[in-house]
Design a protein around this ligand. Structure first.
Ligand code: DGY
Length: 338
């Protein structure tokens, strides 16, 4: 908490693990005593993370930083962890909550940007956009127009199967409807009658969704239940013409099973923004395939979304340190512990 000292505010000490876009940095400097890992593109070493957060009350981290038991125990004065991401899989939420540490994140502000990017991957994978680009650039476009060149599958009139009907899943569903797709969904919480009525979409069980969708798009958070939710079994159930899109977390998919489904033509193509290992290993067999569109985790990478994420992550941290309810509290259960 900020303490008054003859009209002056003692600013709370915070560690910020990367330079984030404006307005976040200005807000942090105005309101906190900031120790910054002054790099834009390279995360801090583990040793730096541990030493710089030892005496701080708050940290602002990215999804590249592991906030585990060791980190939480080491930062003995820590009250708040604010992450510049909606995903929380890099944070030991159970342990943070047990220790009474507030965790905040950046939902909502990146929903539409991530849904846009998901749709970009969907269109690119179904209609072979990246293959076409490589074809032209590499000088292979040396024959006149042909009815057979790089033919893909229609998006309109096809069935979009959404796995995980949270904020981003719903935003992707809206785009699908706008493109004239039939939308079905599976969600761990079960059917949502109101949503179905409002949007004209239909719930189905997971296996039926896999069997009947032309496009399967994954929007699950990564946790022990969703890890490797897509493996050999799931890919073998999909249509041979299916397009698979993942802009959630890489570890939800067994990457070898996906590679082998794409290689053996068990599914048509995939659009991937996330990987089990990021950055993607340069030896990854996925790189040898034509029928996969690969992106370096760009879902929320629009100027507008990143700026909103930054403002929200900084405000969450400042509010929580000042005893105010942060806008995007991720562990509500912590309130009954503090
Ligand atoms: C998140 O926020 O979790 C995304 O993966 C990056 O924006």
């Amino acid at each position: 908490m900020c303490q008054s000292r003859i009209g002056l505010q003692l600013k709370p000490k915070v560690y910020v693990s990367r330079i984030i876009p404006e307005p976040g940095m200005s807000l942090l400097y105005e309101n906190c005593d900031v120790t910054l890992h002054a790099e834009r593109d390279i995360p801090p070493s583990r040793a730096e993370m541990l030493s710089k957060s030892k005496d701080v009350e708050g940290v602002l981290v990215l999804l590249t930083e592991r906030v585990d038991r060791e980190f939480l125990d080491n930062a003995s004065r820590l009250k708040v962890v604010s992450t510049f991401s909606v995903g929380l899989d890099h944070i030991d939420m159970v342990y943070a909550t047990k220790k009474g540490i507030i965790v905040t994140h950046t939902p909502d502000v990146l929903t539409e940007a991530t849904a846009d990017f998901t749709f970009a991957l969907l269109l690119a994978s179904a209609r072979r956009v990246a293959e076409g680009d490589r074809f032209v650039r590499s000088g292979q476009w040396n024959k006149p127009w042909s009815p057979y060149l790089l033919v893909g599958y229609d998006v309109h009139n096809s069935t979009l199967g959404i796995v995980g009907m949270g904020r981003i899943g719903k935003a992707v569903a809206r785009r699908g409807l706008g493109f004239g797709m039939r939308v079905i969904y599976f969600d761990r919480k079960g059917p949502n009658a109101e949503l179905e009525k409002d949007m004209g979409i239909h719930y189905c069980d997971f296996d039926t969704l896999l069997r009947t969708s032309d496009v399967v798009s994954v929007h699950l958070p990564l946790d022990e239940k969703s890890r490797h939710r897509f493996g050999d079994r799931e890919f073998s159930m999909m249509k041979q013409s299916a397009v698979f899109v993942n802009a959630s977390r890489g570890a939800i998919v067994d990457s070898f099973a996906l590679y082998s489904a794409l290689k053996r033509g068990k599914i048509f193509s995939a659009g991937l923004d996330v990987f089990e290992q990021e950055p993607l290993d340069q030896q990854s067999p996925l790189l040898s395939l034509e029928n996969v569109v690969l992106a370096p985790h760009l879902g929320s990478a629009s100027i507008q979304a990143r700026s909103k994420m930054s403002g929200l992550a900084a405000t969450n941290l400042i509010d929580a340190l000042n005893g105010k309810m942060p806008k995007a509290l991720a562990n509500k259960e912590v309130l009954s512990r503090t």
